[in-house]
Design a protein around this ligand. Structure first.
Ligand code: MG
Ligand code: ZN
Length: 260
């Protein structure tokens, strides 16, 4: 008989856990979705307009993409992304999730061109032979398309008119589509685009504007600085059998499933 079976309380059924994480400012230290348009587009023209509420997020991304100079190539952007730093505790955290059979998924409102570059680089040292990085770590994000004559346009695979969140691709929907209905959701994030997904999660890890939002809306959450903190807390929750659904999140998920 295994250790787990001998020590488990008779009523405790280990829930199936799914962890979702934001990318910009969470896996990376900097928001690369801002930084890449500072380098290749006209960030300073459009960001203030987004902040003033004059643009929706999809409108903002469309204008930013259109502002990229036509001579720019996706390869140049990938090369820039390959030099951007990530949290050194992220790859060990991916390994921790794999070792514990916990599915981990990236949900981002940023773009594939830099996300794929950084994720592939970070996962390279931990991939087992024949293991696909997309299986180890599925990611949902927007796509940056470039026409032959250098016109850049965004594509939002997760666009959803039914959610009024501050995203072009709704993270809540990416989360809810991925999991069985009774799974326990852990969400890690830092910004505006994380609000709607975090509200539907049982356990929230929050910093910066997501932490402020949680405080304002009385959403219980763990503050964190890096994936090292997240891993320690998740390990503790598993060891102490403290993984329980959050009632308000369960209700919100039920409502979302019904209205979808
Ligand atoms: Mg972020
Ligand atoms: Zn949403």
């Amino acid at each position: 008989m295994s250790q787990a079976q001998t020590t488990a309380a008779p009523h405790y059924i280990k829930p199936s856990i799914h962890i979702f994480t934001d990318f910009d400012g969470t896996i990376t230290r900097e928001d690369l979705g801002d930084a890449i348009f500072r380098v290749f587009g006209e960030f300073d023209t459009y960001y203030p307009r987004l902040q003033r509420g004059e643009l929706t997020v999809p409108e903002y991304w469309k204008l930013l993409c259109a502002s990229i100079k036509p001579e720019t190539t996706l390869e140049e952007m990938r090369s820039w992304a390959s030099k951007q730093a990530a949290d050194p505790a992220f790859a060990p955290f991916v390994r921790f999730c794999r070792d514990n059979s916990i599915p981990l998924t990236v949900v981002s409102d940023g773009f594939d061109v830099y996300i794929e570059t950084v994720v592939e680089r970070e996962l390279m040292p931990i991939l087992a032979e024949g293991e696909q990085s997309t299986e180890l770590l599925p990611r949902y994000c927007n796509r940056l398309l470039r026409s032959e004559n250098g016109v850049f346009t965004p594509f939002f695979p997760g666009r959803d008119e039914s959610c009024t969140c501050f995203c072009a691709s709704c993270k809540r929907n990416s989360v809810l589509r991925t999991i069985p209905q009774n799974a326990l959701i852990i969400y890690i994030g830092d910004g505006y685009s994380d609000f709607c997904a975090a509200e539907h999660a049982d356990i929230i890890f929050a910093k910066k504007s997501l932490a402020a939002y949680c405080n304002k809306n009385h959403l219980p959450h763990y503050p964190y600085a890096s994936f090292q903190d997240v891993q320690k807390i998740v390990e503790g929750l598993i060891a102490r059998r403290r993984l329980r659904p959050r009632h308000q999140a369960v209700l919100k998920r039920k409502l979302a499933f019904e209205t979808e």
